[in-house]
Write a protein that binds this ligand. Sequence first.
Ligand code: MF3
Ligand code: CO
Ligand code: CO
Length: 281
Amino acid sequence: MTNMQQGRTSAAPAEPASEGPIRIYRPEDFEHMRKAGQLAARALDMLVPYVKPGVSTQKLDDLVLEFALDHKATPAPLHYRGFPRAICTSINHVVCHGIPSSKPMREGDIINIDVTLIVDGWYGDTSRMYAVGEVNRRAERLIDVTHEAMVRGIAAVKPGSTVGHIGHAIQTYAERERCSVVREFCGHGLGRVFHDRPNILHYGVAGEGPELKPGMLFTIEPMINLGKSPVKVLSDGWTAVTRDRELSAQFEHTVGVTETGCEVFTYSPAGYHKPPYVVAS
Ligand code: MF3
Ligand code: CO
Ligand code: CO
């Protein structure tokens, strides 16, 4: 989502207020989140054999739309604030919200595919990086750093910690690896809505921000750049790119705070954690 709390972009109107109560969900609501999260993760698994040179991102969009309809789910991005497709596909220097098109993927590209499915009214939101054919070592390293940054953010989730602990864990690790954290977009509360309080900033100070409590539901979705952090949004109103045109990567999981830590709803059933994804034959 757009980080309007920081007032740094005008990409989307009517963001959730940054102040106010954060919804606490019941244990039985977590079952709905598991269902939605697992279906979104299965959609990402399903795409693995199609992410290869010559295939268009529109084809990936078509596949997810068909998958959603086959499973009585709705792709949340479609027509969301005017977004024209079912998924986001963000290649190379595209940071997020790339719009699927007829343009074919090329050998060496790295691509983030972001799927959000609504199942029985509940939202599962997850994204992963994919490598198109062989990618170079810098791209591979960025993917590894971004995945590890997300893992460290998730590890910071427990009752009594704050949103700032999550951001701090992500930022200190990414910057130690000489990468930068995108400031203009953040993770978000969700449940029976797509984007809700709290904003989950992927940078910050441990102990600052709202306290985490059992029953909170949100995404952690760091966007990490090989070069500098600043982003701009293209004239289509959606596609966010790095200003320096260097590579950007992102992973996203939907999580719920438990009594002891957190539950991740969007792990890959196929074990497709980060690339390279080996297709079982
Ligand atoms: N799935 C994205 C997220 O992680 C949001 C996409 S909104 C869209 O929050 F309109 F760009 F699709
Ligand atoms: Co999200
Ligand atoms: Co998403």
